[in-house]
Design a protein around this ligand. Structure first.
Ligand code: DX5
Length: 222
Protein backbone atom coordinates (compact mmCIF):
# COMPACT_ATOMS: atom_id res chain seq x y z
CA UNK A 1 0.00 0.00 0.00
CA UNK A 2 1.44 3.40 -1.01
CA UNK A 3 1.19 5.79 1.97
CA UNK A 4 1.40 9.57 1.67
CA UNK A 5 4.30 11.34 3.36
CA UNK A 6 3.13 13.37 6.35
CA UNK A 7 5.05 16.23 8.00
CA UNK A 8 4.40 16.68 11.73
CA UNK A 9 5.90 19.74 13.46
CA UNK A 10 6.63 19.18 17.16
CA UNK A 11 5.76 22.26 19.23
CA UNK A 12 8.48 21.34 21.73
CA UNK A 13 10.76 23.59 19.65
CA UNK A 14 8.18 26.32 19.03
CA UNK A 15 8.23 29.81 20.60
CA UNK A 16 5.73 29.15 23.40
CA UNK A 17 5.19 32.85 24.06
CA UNK A 18 3.20 32.83 20.79
CA UNK A 19 2.03 29.23 20.48
CA UNK A 20 -1.13 30.04 18.49
CA UNK A 21 0.85 31.89 15.84
CA UNK A 22 3.42 29.08 15.69
CA UNK A 23 0.71 26.45 15.18
CA UNK A 24 -1.01 28.59 12.51
CA UNK A 25 2.36 29.04 10.76
CA UNK A 26 2.70 25.25 10.62
CA UNK A 27 -0.85 24.84 9.32
CA UNK A 28 -0.38 27.55 6.66
CA UNK A 29 3.02 26.03 5.85
CA UNK A 30 1.38 22.74 4.89
CA UNK A 31 1.82 20.59 8.03
CA UNK A 32 -0.28 17.40 8.08
CA UNK A 33 -0.48 16.97 11.87
CA UNK A 34 0.86 18.71 15.00
CA UNK A 35 2.74 16.81 17.75
CA UNK A 36 2.53 17.73 21.43
CA UNK A 37 5.30 16.10 23.51
CA UNK A 38 4.06 15.29 27.00
CA UNK A 39 6.84 14.64 29.52
CA UNK A 40 6.39 13.99 33.26
CA UNK A 41 9.94 14.45 34.53
CA UNK A 42 10.01 10.74 35.48
CA UNK A 43 9.81 8.73 32.26
CA UNK A 44 12.15 11.29 30.72
CA UNK A 45 14.27 13.97 32.48
CA UNK A 46 12.11 16.84 31.25
CA UNK A 47 8.73 18.37 32.15
CA UNK A 48 6.50 19.78 29.38
CA UNK A 49 2.82 19.95 28.45
CA UNK A 50 -0.55 18.81 29.81
CA UNK A 51 -4.03 18.36 28.24
CA UNK A 52 -4.54 22.14 28.42
CA UNK A 53 -1.90 22.65 25.74
CA UNK A 54 -3.56 20.07 23.48
CA UNK A 55 -6.84 21.96 23.98
CA UNK A 56 -5.07 25.23 23.12
CA UNK A 57 -3.63 23.74 19.92
CA UNK A 58 -7.04 22.20 19.09
CA UNK A 59 -8.59 25.68 19.45
CA UNK A 60 -6.50 27.02 16.55
CA UNK A 61 -6.48 24.04 14.15
CA UNK A 62 -8.58 21.13 12.85
CA UNK A 63 -5.44 19.22 11.88
CA UNK A 64 -4.86 15.85 13.58
CA UNK A 65 -3.02 16.30 16.90
CA UNK A 66 -0.65 13.66 18.26
CA UNK A 67 -0.25 13.56 22.04
CA UNK A 68 3.05 11.74 22.62
CA UNK A 69 2.89 10.56 26.21
CA UNK A 70 6.40 10.10 27.62
CA UNK A 71 5.00 9.50 31.09
CA UNK A 72 5.21 6.73 33.69
CA UNK A 73 1.43 6.18 33.98
CA UNK A 74 -0.24 6.90 30.59
CA UNK A 75 -3.46 5.27 31.77
CA UNK A 76 -4.04 8.18 34.16
CA UNK A 77 -4.08 10.73 31.33
CA UNK A 78 -5.55 9.05 28.24
CA UNK A 79 -9.11 10.29 28.78
CA UNK A 80 -8.09 13.89 29.50
CA UNK A 81 -5.95 14.04 26.33
CA UNK A 82 -8.73 12.48 24.25
CA UNK A 83 -11.20 15.01 25.66
CA UNK A 84 -8.73 17.86 24.97
CA UNK A 85 -8.82 16.98 21.27
CA UNK A 86 -5.97 14.53 20.62
CA UNK A 87 -6.48 12.53 17.40
CA UNK A 88 -3.65 10.09 18.07
CA UNK A 89 -2.31 9.12 21.49
CA UNK A 90 1.22 7.71 21.44
CA UNK A 91 2.32 5.68 24.48
CA UNK A 92 5.75 4.25 25.21
CA UNK A 93 6.19 0.47 25.20
CA UNK A 94 5.17 -0.63 28.74
CA UNK A 95 1.69 -1.82 29.92
CA UNK A 96 0.36 -1.98 26.39
CA UNK A 97 -2.68 -4.13 25.68
CA UNK A 98 -4.93 -2.52 28.28
CA UNK A 99 -3.68 0.98 27.43
CA UNK A 100 -4.08 0.52 23.69
CA UNK A 101 -7.59 -0.89 23.95
CA UNK A 102 -8.61 1.95 26.25
CA UNK A 103 -7.36 4.47 23.67
CA UNK A 104 -9.30 2.73 20.91
CA UNK A 105 -12.41 2.65 23.11
CA UNK A 106 -12.21 6.46 23.12
CA UNK A 107 -12.29 6.47 19.30
CA UNK A 108 -8.78 7.84 19.19
CA UNK A 109 -5.98 6.34 17.11
CA UNK A 110 -3.50 4.29 19.16
CA UNK A 111 0.23 4.37 18.60
CA UNK A 112 3.25 2.94 20.37
CA UNK A 113 6.64 4.61 20.65
CA UNK A 114 9.87 2.61 20.66
CA UNK A 115 12.83 4.10 22.52
CA UNK A 116 16.16 3.71 20.69
CA UNK A 117 17.21 0.77 22.86
CA UNK A 118 13.85 -1.02 22.62
CA UNK A 119 13.69 -3.85 20.07
CA UNK A 120 11.02 -3.88 17.36
CA UNK A 121 10.04 -7.31 18.68
CA UNK A 122 8.30 -5.43 21.52
CA UNK A 123 5.44 -4.53 19.17
CA UNK A 124 5.03 -7.86 17.34
CA UNK A 125 2.10 -9.03 19.53
CA UNK A 126 0.38 -5.65 19.84
CA UNK A 127 0.75 -4.70 16.14
CA UNK A 128 -2.76 -5.90 15.12
CA UNK A 129 -4.30 -3.50 17.68
CA UNK A 130 -2.42 -0.29 16.87
CA UNK A 131 -2.47 2.24 14.03
CA UNK A 132 1.11 3.49 14.12
CA UNK A 133 4.56 2.86 15.60
CA UNK A 134 6.67 5.89 16.51
CA UNK A 135 10.35 5.03 16.16
CA UNK A 136 12.28 7.41 18.41
CA UNK A 137 15.36 8.36 16.37
CA UNK A 138 16.82 10.20 19.39
CA UNK A 139 16.69 9.39 23.10
CA UNK A 140 13.41 11.01 24.19
CA UNK A 141 13.39 14.09 26.39
CA UNK A 142 14.72 17.05 24.37
CA UNK A 143 14.59 18.69 20.94
CA UNK A 144 17.68 19.47 18.85
CA UNK A 145 19.49 16.16 19.39
CA UNK A 146 21.47 14.26 16.72
CA UNK A 147 19.77 11.53 14.66
CA UNK A 148 20.77 7.97 15.68
CA UNK A 149 22.48 6.50 12.55
CA UNK A 150 21.26 2.90 13.05
CA UNK A 151 17.59 4.00 12.90
CA UNK A 152 16.98 3.16 9.20
CA UNK A 153 17.95 -0.48 9.82
CA UNK A 154 15.53 -0.58 12.77
CA UNK A 155 12.73 0.82 10.58
CA UNK A 156 13.32 -1.94 8.01
CA UNK A 157 13.18 -4.57 10.79
CA UNK A 158 9.97 -3.01 12.10
CA UNK A 159 8.36 -3.23 8.66
CA UNK A 160 8.99 -7.03 8.77
CA UNK A 161 7.55 -7.40 12.30
CA UNK A 162 4.54 -5.12 11.72
CA UNK A 163 3.80 -4.92 7.95
CA UNK A 164 0.53 -2.97 8.24
CA UNK A 165 1.22 -0.18 10.73
CA UNK A 166 2.08 3.39 9.83
CA UNK A 167 5.72 4.17 10.73
CA UNK A 168 6.53 7.53 12.29
CA UNK A 169 10.03 8.80 13.02
CA UNK A 170 10.75 11.33 15.72
CA UNK A 171 13.99 13.11 16.60
CA UNK A 172 16.78 14.64 14.53
CA UNK A 173 14.59 14.66 11.41
CA UNK A 174 15.76 17.21 8.82
CA UNK A 175 16.25 17.36 5.01
CA UNK A 176 19.47 15.32 5.40
CA UNK A 177 17.99 12.49 7.46
CA UNK A 178 14.56 12.37 5.73
CA UNK A 179 15.82 10.39 2.68
CA UNK A 180 17.32 7.73 5.00
CA UNK A 181 14.10 7.12 6.93
CA UNK A 182 11.73 7.39 3.96
CA UNK A 183 13.80 4.92 1.94
CA UNK A 184 13.58 2.56 4.95
CA UNK A 185 9.76 2.79 5.07
CA UNK A 186 8.78 5.68 7.35
CA UNK A 187 6.00 7.97 6.10
CA UNK A 188 5.17 10.17 9.10
CA UNK A 189 7.99 12.60 9.88
CA UNK A 190 8.07 14.53 13.17
CA UNK A 191 10.37 17.55 13.23
CA UNK A 192 10.86 20.19 15.91
CA UNK A 193 14.07 22.21 15.53
CA UNK A 194 14.18 21.64 11.74
CA UNK A 195 10.76 23.38 11.52
CA UNK A 196 10.84 26.04 14.24
CA UNK A 197 14.59 26.75 13.92
CA UNK A 198 14.64 27.24 10.14
CA UNK A 199 16.10 30.59 9.01
CA UNK A 200 13.48 31.12 6.30
CA UNK A 201 10.59 30.25 8.59
CA UNK A 202 8.12 27.42 9.19
CA UNK A 203 6.61 27.17 5.71
CA UNK A 204 10.03 26.97 4.04
CA UNK A 205 11.06 24.33 6.59
CA UNK A 206 8.04 22.13 5.90
CA UNK A 207 8.54 22.50 2.14
CA UNK A 208 12.21 21.46 2.49
CA UNK A 209 11.21 18.34 4.46
CA UNK A 210 8.42 17.42 2.01
CA UNK A 211 10.65 17.94 -1.03
CA UNK A 212 13.36 15.73 0.52
CA UNK A 213 10.71 13.07 1.31
CA UNK A 214 9.10 13.16 -2.11
CA UNK A 215 12.47 12.86 -3.82
CA UNK A 216 13.33 9.87 -1.60
CA UNK A 217 9.95 8.15 -1.91
CA UNK A 218 9.78 8.45 -5.70
CA UNK A 219 10.07 4.83 -6.85
CA UNK A 220 10.37 3.60 -3.19
CA UNK A 221 7.58 1.09 -2.31
CA UNK A 222 6.24 2.03 1.10
C1 DX5 B 1 11.91 14.38 21.95
C2 DX5 B 1 10.58 14.61 21.31
C3 DX5 B 1 10.67 15.01 19.85
C4 DX5 B 1 11.40 16.32 19.65
C5 DX5 B 1 11.93 16.36 18.23
O1 DX5 B 1 11.75 13.63 23.09
O2 DX5 B 1 9.78 13.45 21.40
O3 DX5 B 1 9.37 15.12 19.29
O4 DX5 B 1 10.55 17.38 19.89
O5 DX5 B 1 12.73 17.49 18.10
P1 DX5 B 1 13.89 17.56 16.99
O6 DX5 B 1 13.18 17.44 15.66
O7 DX5 B 1 14.47 18.92 17.22
O8 DX5 B 1 14.84 16.44 17.24
Amino acid sequence: MKRQIEIVPSILSADLTRLGEQVRAAVEGGADRIQVDVMDGHFVPNLTFGPGVVAAVRSVTDLPIEAHLMVERPDLFIQSFARAGATVIIVQVSSLYRTVTRIKDLNVKAAVALNPATSVEAVREIAPYIDMVNVMTVEPGFGGQAFIPSSPMKIRRLREVAPDVEIEVDGGIDPETVPLVVAAGATVLVAGSAVYGHKQGVAAAIKALRDAANTASAGTRT
